[in-house]
Design a protein around this ligand. Structure first.
Ligand SMILES: Cc1ncc(C[n+]2csc(CCOP(=O)(O)OP(=O)(O)O)c2C)c(N)n1
Length: 359
């Protein structure tokens, strides 16, 4: 395992030129823009839920750099296996905002036709596989897809996102064991946001940290400052290169913090102090990239104000369209199970239409 937590840009926006990936201005702006869109999206979805217009939402405030920076290190042909708190990666990859909102409303335009749980984003055309509710299940799936690609001779990599809590699931062990034995081109990207709902990370592991576990599987393990998007990009890019060159998987532990609640059903004041939250707010990943951009003379007040306004407008437009879309039909509940609907399902459909009133 590489020693220490990699950081390129510190809280004041000062950076180490030897570690700086020196991305072009347009690319840095793209990363910053994606993080702002993600923040605006998050805040608006929480507001919608609080207004009773949406049933449930799990925000990613504070974790934007970890998932945007890592997704940015992949090519479009690489596959993403998200958990549920990687909204920024979805936006970066190209899922339209309206599609994300439709998924939360579970309306007719949702790619899963309202059948999946909230935040289970995905898009087949963008190589993003929808997650399912049991946490960690995406980990072996990412390994399986990587192995399939390897057998087919496709030079792609897969990346699975998961939280610190998910490292306690059997799927984590199964996935890492298989990947290391068969040198699957997979990146295991753990967003250690310090909590699994109310359970702190210390209660998930007996080891010093999560990255150190990689040694037991015989793979590279790295810790990175998950609020420093350039550091995250750097370590993920290295892992992608290793995987693509046939050198096998990497476990990345991005150290970050969930500023908001686990979900709109959670009250975090019951298990953590406001001082703790405030101390992490000072490490805000968006502010960090902004300071870096300003220090390099690549950003100013005008651009900042324009970008927030643009993001607010785009999210408003997406909400307006998604909220106006109709819900899925009753019939659709029974479709897509078999190519042709079975007799039993046809009877159930008839019953549903006859005996229930659908609003
Ligand atoms: C197998 C399984 N056990 C428990 C749950 C209930 N649950 C939902 S989210 C969650 C916390 C997961 O924490 P982590 O993996 O750290 O991700 P985070 O929510 O912090 O991003 C739990 C325990 C679940 N969905 N699946």
């Amino acid at each position: 395992m590489s020693s220490g937590v990699l950081q390129v840009v510190n809280q004041e926006g000062k950076f180490d030129p030897k570690l700086d990936p020196d991305l072009p201005q347009s690319e840095l702006h793209k990363l910053y823009r994606t993080m702002i869109y993600t923040r605006v999206f998050d805040n608006r979805m929480i507001a919608l839920q609080r207004q009773g217009r949406m049933s449930f939402y799990a925000p990613c405030v504070g974790e934007e750099a970890a998932h945007v920076g890592s997704a940015y290190a992949l090519k479009p042909e690489d596959w993403l296996f998200p958990q549920y708190r990687e909204q920024g990666a979805m936006i970066l990859r190209g899922i339209p905002l309206e599609q994300l909102v439709s998924s939360l409303f579970g309306n007719r335009n949702d790619v899963c036709k309202g059948r999946n749980f909230a935040n289970a984003w995905g898009d087949r055309s963008l190589n993003i596989v929808n997650s399912s509710a049991p946490v960690g299940t995406q980990i072996p799936l990412a390994v399986g897809a990587a192995m399939a690609a390897k057998y087919k001779g496709d030079k792609i990599v897969t990346l699975a996102y998961f939280g610190d809590g998910s490292t306690s699931s059997g799927y984590f062990h199964v996935g890492l064991t298989f990947a290391s034995v068969f040198k699957a081109p997979t990146i295991f990207f753990c967003k250690n946001n310090q909590y699994a709902v109310s359970v702190p990370t210390q209660r998930q592991l007996g080891s010093e940290n999560i990255a150190v576990k990689a040694a037991g599987y015989g793979m590279e393990g790295v810790q990175v400052d998950g609020n420093d998007i350039l550091a995250v990009y750097r370590v993920t890019k290295d892992a992608v290169e290793r995987a693509r060159n046939g050198e096998g998987p990497t476990l990345i532990e991005a150290i970050t913090y969930r500023i908001g609640p686990h979900s709109t059903s959670d009250d975090p004041s019951r298990y953590r102090s406001q001082e703790e939250v405030e101390s992490w707010k000072r490490k805000d990943p968006i502010k960090r990239l902004r300071l870096y951009l300003e220090n390099r003379g690549l950003w100013g007040e005008k651009e900042e104000a324009d970008l927030w306004k643009e993001a607010e407008d785009m999210v408003s437009e997406a909400v307006r369209k998604a909220e106006a879309a109709p819900l899925p039909t009753v019939e659709s509940m029974f479709e897509d199970v078999y190519k042709e609907m079975s007799t039993a399902l046809k009877e159930q459909l008839q019953d549903a239409l006859t005996f229930h009133e659908w609003g």
